[in-house]
Ligand binder design. Structure first.
Ligand SMILES: [Zn+2]
Ligand SMILES: [Zn+2]
Length: 331
């Protein structure tokens, strides 16, 4: 086993990641050591890099959509065998005994640790993970194809679940999460209206290709009232915009971990039992349910691959909206 590895390190928020040779991690009793095969690049990584989320571990190896094969197992590991492919999502561990953990809401655990944020993630050749929070991955996806499902897919799935029985769904921000959730929603016979930044015709075409019934920009009105709106863009001004499109009893779901401030708005657009809510993190149950769906019927992820060393380039392309679908690093 090699004792050193290449990794992309966040040394200070606001700076580019640094390419470094660092000691390879060693697994504790309940952990697996993974050779990273692919790691997705998520909008949350940008919020961490930019210091929009409080820095809680520096230096940090970001990355929370890890696809890896098990190279070594801690003494207490039971679920996974050497050589097996596993997925590591954002939720890295929880306390297991707080009121949230014991009521099916481990995503809200105050003592949760997060992959690529409060513990090192997958922008590296190797990573370690708590085996209890690793996910089994469906076989008929390549490493790069399956990586975006581990956050974009899971958060999209949780956001869609928060929309309940909604039949017409507006999606704001048509990036990695939206391009996956649109496919899941279409399979559930829901009608999708996709809203992009004004003038982003490429992204509107992408949404159309994935089955959106209508595409337009966020200042336009969809042909019908929305039963729910899913907001994947980190722009707080979209909340009142989406509320104005949402019918009585409808829900506006904010799916990102960070958003710019929400401007004031008249109560009349919330009246009528409209709901504004967020979704935070994921539970292991979300992971099991979502990957069961992905196993039944293949989700087509559109990906742009980058070598590990090009992580900064991938992040910049994500920032400027140049990525179609999801960016994935291949160490
Ligand atoms: Zn807990
Ligand atoms: Zn993410």
């Amino acid at each position: 086993m090699t004792s050193q590895m290449r990794a992309m390190i966040l040394a200070k928020p606001g700076q580019a990641l640094q390419r470094r040779l660092v000691p390879a991690p060693e697994c504790g009793p309940g952990e697996v050591l993974l050779q990273v095969r692919a790691c997705g690049v998520c909008r949350t990584d940008l919020h961490i890099l930019d210091g929009e989320l409080p820095a809680s571990k520096i230096p940090l190896i970001p990355g929370h959509e890890i696809v890896g094969t098990v190279l070594a197992r801690g003494s207490r590991v039971e679920r996974f065998a050497i050589g097996q492919r596993v997925g590591v999502p954002w939720l890295g561990s929880t306390c297991g005994h707080c009121p949230y953990c014991t009521s099916g809401r481990e995503n809200l655990c105050e003592a949760a640790r997060f992959t690529g944020y409060t513990r090192d993630g997958g922008y590296a050749q190797y990573a370690i993970a708590d085996e209890r929070f690793c996910l089994e991955l469906p076989a008929d996806y390549t490493d790069a194809e399956v990586a975006p499902l581990l956050c974009a897919g899971l958060i999209g799935y949780r956001a869609l679940a928060a929309a309940g029985e909604a039949r017409t769904i507006g999606i704001y921000g048509f990036g990695a999460a939206a391009h996956i959730v649109a496919q899941v929603a279409r399979k559930q016979r829901k009608t999708i209206f996709a809203f992009t930044r004004p003038g982003d015709l490429q992204r509107q075409q992408f949404a159309k290709d994935l089955g959106a019934a209508w595409v337009g920009d966020s200042t336009q009105s969809a042909p019908e009232n929305l039963d729910a709106a899913l907001l994947f863009a980190p722009d707080g001004s979209l909340v009142p915009q989406a509320l104005r499109q949402t019918g009585k009893g409808g829900t506006v779901v904010c799916a990102g971990i960070h958003m710019s401030d929400i401007p004031g708005f008249p109560y009349s657009i919330l009246w009528g039992e409209r709901v504004v809510r967020s979704v935070a993190n994921l539970t292991r149950r979300d992971g099991e349910e979502f990957f069961a769906l992905a196993r039944q019927e293949k989700i087509q992820t559109t990906i742009e691959q980058f070598p590990l060393d090009a992580a900064n380039e991938a992040l910049e392309r994500l920032r400027t909206g140049a990525i179609r679908g999801a960016a994935v690093l291949i160490p």
